[in-house]
Design a protein around this ligand. Structure first.
Ligand code: ABN
Length: 165
């Protein structure tokens, strides 16, 4: 039975016969060049940035025209009303810039109604907000007044499209 040393020596000889030093160096060269280039390759990080955003923080870019309490802090989510509340029949809109891709997005905000004010995560972005004469961009009012259940609980927001230009 061949000793371990003999087996390893035979394997090394076999490997040496089948591979050249030049080929080995070329392969290593390619690998090193590839590894050095990796950090400079363009990578789309917008999805990752979006996932890192905290829907319970007022500085989330899509809350730029928010006025009210985030439903994501009140038992709902950024875009759905908490159980026991209903969505208002009226919304307002804002145009918010997403810092990760530099684009402006149209965001729609809607109050959730039917329970007393949630009292948490009160956010006032108010970017491009206008008084009641421009109802579609007026946020400083209880839009639950359009519903049967008048009491305001919190506000949800949905990105509805990317702005032109
Ligand atoms: N649209 C949010 C809101 C609700 C009640 C009072 C002021 C603002």
């Amino acid at each position: 039975m061949p000793s371990f040393d003999l087996v390893v020596a035979a394997a090394a000889r076999h490997l040496a016969m089948r591979s050249s030093r030049r080929g080995f160096l070329a392969r290593w060269g390619k690998m090193l060049a590839g590894a050095a280039l990796l950090p400079v390759l363009p990578i789309d990080r917008t999805q990752a940035n979006e996932l890192q955003m905290d829907a319970t923080q007022c500085d989330y870019w899509k809350y730029c025209s928010m006025d009210g309490q985030l439903c994501s802090c009140c038992g709902g989510s950024g875009s759905s009303c908490p159980v026991g509340t209903e969505i208002s029949k009226v919304s307002w809109v804002g145009t918010c810039r997403n810092g990760s891709d530099g684009k402006d997005y149209l965001v729609s905000y809607t109050d959730c109604c039917g329970r007393s004010s949630c009292g948490l995560c009160d956010c006032h972005g108010n970017v491009r907000e206008r008084p009641g004469y421009s109802m579609g961009v007026h946020n400083d009012v209880n839009w639950c007044m359009a519903n049967k259940q008048l009491s305001y609980h919190c506000t949800v927001s949905v990105i509805v499209g990317v702005a032109d230009g």
